[in-house]
Design a protein around this ligand. Sequence first.
Ligand code: PLP
Length: 354
Amino acid sequence: MPRPIRAAISSGAIAHNLSVARRHAGSAKVWAVIKANAYGHGLERAARAAVGADGLAVLDFDEAARLRHAGVAQPILMLEGAFEPADVALLVQHRLTPVIHRREQIEMLAGASAPLDVYLKVNSGMNRLGFAGEELAAAYQSLADHPRVNSLTLMTHFADADGATGIAAQLERFANLTKSFGGARSLANSAALIRFPEARGDWVRPGIMLYGCSPFSERSAEALGLRPAMTLTTEIIATQQLRAGEGVGYGLGFKAERPMRIGVIACGYADGYPRHAPAGTPALVNGRRTGIVGRVSMDMITLDLSAMPEAGIGAPVTLWGQGLSADEVAAAAGTLSYELLCALAPRVPVVEVP
Ligand SMILES: *Cc1c(COP(=O)(O)O)cnc(C)c1O
């Protein structure tokens, strides 16, 4: 018998969430962002589920090649463009759309054997990738005149579309920096797409919302009409009875204040569960909420079953997904659903469900 842990990935949920993104996008086209193994959901699987997207966005060249080998015909956006001159042959071979965010990438384009659609990344204030000021004007000119550039789209990325600062300053900066330039515009991640209709532009780039999680700490995925795409489940594999004052797990840092019944489940940080999740981080047993107690170890987690005398060996446990948002588990563990989803370990068997 394999360990009972499973990740069920719902292609229907991804397709549904894409339709929600499309509704927000209005007439803008949609890049489904499936970088990082589709945020842990499986690259090819997510591409199949997102067949209704206008294009797919990744950043690893092997992911782009896998998509083409899987028969993906849509445009593929390479979010960080070429890393070295040899990548340019792959851009041409696989008909990829590279982001250009630094000078050297423009020079590399000279090596292209056919024209490419390119995205020019504008640094509107996030200060991670892209050009601004005179460098931007020079980059725009050299790309607009470039014999290997078929079309040129202007792109930027927001630092705080989900937060208190919002996007107003970056949007204004972007508009000023690009006002004399032609070409399509691509600005919005999930948070900006949902929250700021004025930032739709011509192409939007939703990621996290496709997987049924919320980009906002104060608005739930459910309230946004999203369905969780990944449900991580396991079972109770042992139970223990603690007396008052006894500890559980490594370090014995958690001490029972009164007699407690404990369930040991087949899931640990080697499966991608966050090791720093504190006592009280929610989980569902038989569909009912309880919390973890003691430290998360590599292969096991202990849950409080004191109020669930009926839950024994083999009782089903949900770590996140259907019935318990990964956003909520992530918040309890001091991280984001993005990190939980991406961290799903290769050893966890995945089943695809409708
Ligand atoms: C990852 C990424 C996105 C998607 O962001 P979400 O917050 O997951 O919607 C969009 N644009 C760029 C440039 C990205 O790197």
